[in-house]
Design a binder for this molecule. Structure first.
Ligand SMILES: NC(=O)CC[C@H](N)C(=O)O
Length: 204
């Protein structure tokens, strides 16, 4: 069963619809007790990293998420949810992410660069991954963000886009994968990535 984690800041409805459109019957989960029957967990997110971290901790979800990942079941983070997979976020202060993928989430910067990065942009798939199965090359994905992940280990960087230089778009380590863009807003390719995740056994 596919779980979509409610941390009080997610685009739950649109992510739920994207999973449902792929023929799955997802459940929105709110607490660790609901994780037992899940085969996959999606951590969606729209909002501020500094506001999301206290939500995770107040809801006592930090350790259950780590335990879920340790069980080998696949975890997908989307947009803010992807950023929360990292070690540290710098949005409105320094905050501890889940630390599933070492690195920091830092503000987009560049001479004359408009921030936030909003709109359709390319995805350069820099390393193979099951989530890319059947993805049509040359199509864009929809981004809305002011911060981006910087992975400590280059092996965790799976894809990037171009915005004042290369910007992290897809990250992954073992059974954890994160995508900076909004798959539910990225049309055919976004839906296909959601489908690929829901069919993934967590092994690369
Ligand atoms: N759309 C979002 O949730 C953006 C996430 C984060 N606040 C950023 O600006 O990068």
């Amino acid at each position: 069963m596919i779980g979509i984690l409610d941390i009080g800041m997610g685009n739950l409805r649109s992510v739920h619809n994207a999973v449902y459109q792929n023929g799955f019957d997802p459940v929105v989960v709110h607490a660790a007790a609901e994780f037992d029957d899940l085969t996959h967990l999606i951590l969606p997110g729209v909002g501020n990293f500094s506001a999301a971290v206290p939500e995770i901790d107040t809801r006592q979800l930090r350790q259950p998420i780590l335990t879920f990942v340790a069980s080998g079941r696949p975890l997908l983070g989307t947009c803010l949810g992807m950023q929360l997979l990292m070690g540290v976020g710098e949005e409105d202060g320094i905050h501890a992410g889940l630390g599933l993928i070492p690195g920091r989430v830092t503000r987009l910067a560049g001479e004359g660069l408009r921030v936030p990065h909003v709109g359709w942009n390319v995805l350069n798939m820099t390393r193979p991954h099951p989530i890319y199965e059947g993805i049509k090359k040359g199509r864009d994905f929809y981004f809305v963000h002011s911060y981006a992940a910087v992975c400590e280990d280059g092996n965790d960087l799976l894809g990037s886009t171009e915005y004042g230089g290369p910007v992290t778009a897809v990250i992954g380590r073992a059974n954890v994968v994160g995508i900076q863009f909004h798959p539910e807003k990225s049309q055919v390719n976004g839906l296909r990535m959601i489908e690929n995740f829901c069919n993934w056994d967590g092994r690369c």
